[in-house]
Design a protein around this ligand. Structure first.
Ligand SMILES: Cc1cc2nc3c(=O)[nH]c(=O)nc-3n(C[C@H](O)[C@H](O)[C@H](O)COP(=O)(O)OP(=O)(O)OC[C@H]3O[C@@H](n4cnc5c(N)ncnc54)[C@H](O)[C@@H]3O)c2cc1C
Length: 309
């Protein structure tokens, strides 16, 4: 059978799309290895609107419960399955979605597979992950109010994280591997004026130190090879994102960093019949609420296309 829609992903975007698809009675399949998405590892999410505080695990469970409560006979859920390729059906409208277990066909596809943060790979980074070493300033920044923190990276994400952290941290030190920044010059110049910001260039992270929690970072000066240690209970890593889009790379347009290029008015991709939502897209900002909102916008548009075009 051909589904009206296949949703790929079980994070906030995929689940929001699934709930809306159920309410619109679209014959839908949602495929995901698991529910919850990236913030599942978070101790406490404090900005999921309508919920004062929720752990990543509880958010995952509540997303799944919400979907299953309304899935009925509209939305079939394939949990534990991973999409490997999405292709057009030759000579027809519609798509083949191949997973590690089977293949399915659908008139429309919504990609909501998010991204993974590029991880810091130095001794101590794994050990202190989520114990002082974190990948999300807007999520974990408030935990370090009044304290000294370090941001690793030199792109816009690093500078934006630093700007957020400067609102409540005592000092913010940016460590950048080279002596130039990938971030926009205007952003860099603006932030440089802040009295509590320090920038160290040519600084290669070497080790995260700590006992139960991270207490600091050792970096090497790329020019002199001297090693220095900075004390900081909060270390924010912003060294890039890896969007999970490998399975549509031959189908839709991706930008230079692998994000799916979308029309932000309706979430359409470069290929009619394929939409994308959340962190896998080239949308400017990425958060749980934004991912869910993107997916709702996509679903409204998909519905219009299925019923009227
Ligand atoms: C540690 C951390 C903490 C965060 N805390 C917050 C916070 O407090 N507040 C906030 O608003 N944002 C937070 N964020 C950001 C937020 O998690 C993301 O913006 C949000 O999860 C994006 O949702 P998404 O549905 O687009 O993608 P994701 O959450 O990345 O979900 C992607 C889904 O797709 C599935 N998937 C992946 N590959 C495949 C495949 N091949 N086939 C099928 N399914 C696949 C995954 O298993 C997952 O279910 C945090 C991020 C991190 C990393």
């Amino acid at each position: 059978m051909t589904y009206d829609l296949i949703i790929v992903g079980g994070g906030p975007a995929g689940v929001a799309a699934g709930v809306y698809a159920a309410r619109k009675k679209l014959k839908t399949m949602l495929i995901t290895p698991d529910f919850g998405g990236q913030s599942i590892v978070s101790e406490g999410i404090e900005n999921w609107i309508g919920t004062i505080k929720i752990s990543g695990n509880d958010l995952a469970q509540s997303l799944k419960n919400h979907l299953l409560a309304y899935a009925g006979d509209s939305v079939e859920v394939k949990e534990g399955e991973k999409v490997e390729k999405v292709e057009r059906i030759v000579g027809e409208d519609g798509f083949i979605v191949r997973t590690d277990k089977a293949e399915y066909t659908a008139k429309k596809v919504l990609v909501a597979t998010g991204s993974t943060r590029r991880k810091l790979e130095v001794p101590g980074a794994k050990e202190f992950d989520n114990k002082g070493l974190t990948y999300c300033a807007s999520c974990d920044g408030p935990l370090f109010a009044g304290q000294d923190v370090v941001v690793i990276g030199g792109g816009n994400a690093a500078f934006e994280s630093a700007a957020q952290l400067l609102a409540y941290c005592k000092t913010v030190t940016i460590l950048n591997r080279t002596d130039s920044f990938r971030a926009d010059e205007v952003t860099v110049e603006k932030l440089k004026q802040h009295p509590n910001l320090k920038i160290i260039t040519n600084a290669i992270p070497v080790e995260i130190k700590g006992e139960q929690f991270a207490s600091g970072i050792v970096y090497e000066d790329a020019a002199t090879k001297e090693r220095h240690e900075l004390s900081a209970p909060g270390i924010f890593v912003e060294i890039g994102l890896i969007p999970t889009t490998y399975f549509v790379k031959d189908l839709v347009e991706l930008n230079t960093i692998g994000q799916i290029v979308i029309n932000p008015r309706n979430q359409q991709t470069s290929v009619p019949g394929v939409w994308a939502a959340g962190d896998c897209t080239d949308g400017l900002y990425h958060q749980n609420n934004i991912a869910a909102g993107d997916a709702v916008r996509a679903l409204e548009d998909i519905y219009v296309h299925l019923k009227t075009k």
